[in-house]
Design a binder for this molecule. Structure first.
Ligand SMILES: *Cc1c(COP(=O)(O)O)cnc(C)c1O
Length: 357
């Protein structure tokens, strides 16, 4: 028998979450963000569950190519643009839309031999200082793009650094608004702004993490009223049960020492499966309808939980590390990270099961 760990991907919940996004954005179109192998879910297996979207946004060219080869004919956006001039051949061949954030990219398009035209998203750096043109040069860049024969559609784009906090989009949105001229389409909102800043929806939103049922803020309570559903459940089983006495310790470094008699269970899940090693004692784990507490240090292949006081626990009982019963954000928050990171970090060795219900 294989190790009893698996990740279950709930394909129906993608339909559901997309419909929630649709309710929020009304007539705006939706880029479903599928970068990082669909946030760790497997782009190849899940894209069809989101086929009612208006477009897919990815980072890697191979993700875009995969979508085309599997039959997606709608728009595909390269969120980080292209990485070298040679990539333009692929962009043309596969009819991709590319972000533009640097002058060298415009120069490369100008130098193209082909007379094909490319749709572009020209990015304003509205304060994140990662990618994009500064506001003092943005208007000139737009003017140049309008004059370039190889450009066929220009959308203005920006990305918010703080869409998950109250008024976090005010300043960057103000900056972006200066460039709205009524003729070019606009795209600004990520998941946080999709949920919380309707005035930024414009022509297209770029929604990622909410399609996977997790919170843009990393805190489940912030989306608890949104009826989003988890798309990934990480589950395993109890493989050993022990009774320990006061003063006995658990795991590497003996980081947890019992102050009284306890019943503990060993679960076949560790950091080599993608579970965060930094999850401290007290991190929630779901077992037989209740939340138990993680105890001591997470090992490579195992972790230990407190089952004292839980009436009947047996070897082979299913444990949910995160998912339909235990929000990934609740685990992430205690472990000092965000749901995004946990889902993206699901390890290759974990078998993934795709379910339609
Ligand atoms: C990842 C990404 C998104 C989606 O972010 P979420 O917070 O998951 O919605 C949107 N836009 C850009 C440019 C991105 O890189």
């Amino acid at each position: 028998m294989p190790r009893p760990i698996s990740a279950v991907i709930h394909l129906q919940n993608f339909h559901h979450n997309l419909s929630i996004v649709r309710e929020h954005v009304g007539l705006s179109k939706i880029w479903s963000v599928m970068k990082a192998d669909a946030y760790g879910h497997g782009i190849e297996q899940v894209w069809q569950a989101l086929a009612e979207t208006d477009g897919f946004a990815v980072l890697d060219l191979h993700e875009a190519i995969l979508l085309r080869e599997r039959g997606w004919q709608g728009p595909i956006l390269l969120l980080e643009g292209f990485f070298q001039p040679e990539d333009l051949d692929i962009i043309i061949q596969y009819q991709l839309t590319t972000a533009l954030h640097s002058t060298w990219q415009l120069d490369a398009i100008d130098k193209m031999k082909s007379n094909s035209t490319i749709p572009v998203y020209v990015k304003l750096n509205s304060g994140m200082n990662r990618l994009g043109f500064k506001s003092c040069e943005y208007a000139q860049v737009i003017t140049r793009l309008k004059s370039m024969p190889n450009i066929n559609a220009i959308t203005l784009m920006t990305h918010f650094a703080n869409s998950d906090i109250a008024m976090g989009t005010d300043v960057p949105h103000q900056m972006f608004k200066q460039f709205i001229d009524g003729s070019l389409p606009l795209c600004a909102a990520n998941s946080g702004a999709t949920l919380w800043c309707p005035e930024t929806h414009y022509d297209w939103v770029r929604s990622g993490v909410i399609l996977y049922g997790a919170s843009p803020s990393g805190k489940w309570r912030d989306i608890a009223n949104k009826n989003l559903k988890a798309t990934m459940t990480l589950q395993s089983q109890i493989i050993a049960i022990h009774d320990i006495k006061a003063n006995e310790s658990i795991g590497y470094g003996s980081k947890f020492t019992a102050s009284k008699s306890m019943r503990i269970a060993t679960v076949a899940c560790g950091y080599a499966d993608g579970y965060p090693r930094h999850a401290p004692t007290g991190t929630p784990v779901w077992l037989n309808g209740v939340r138990c507490a993680l105890l001591g240090t997470v090992s490579m292949d195992m972790l230990t939980i407190d089952i004292s006081g839980i009436p009947i626990v047996e070897i082979g009982d299913i444990v949910e590390l995160w998912g339909q019963n235990l929000p990934i954000d609740d685990v992430a928050e205690v472990a000092g990270t965000i749901g995004y990171e946990l889902m993206c970090a699901l390890a290759k060795r974990v078998p993934v099961l795709y379910e339609n219900n």
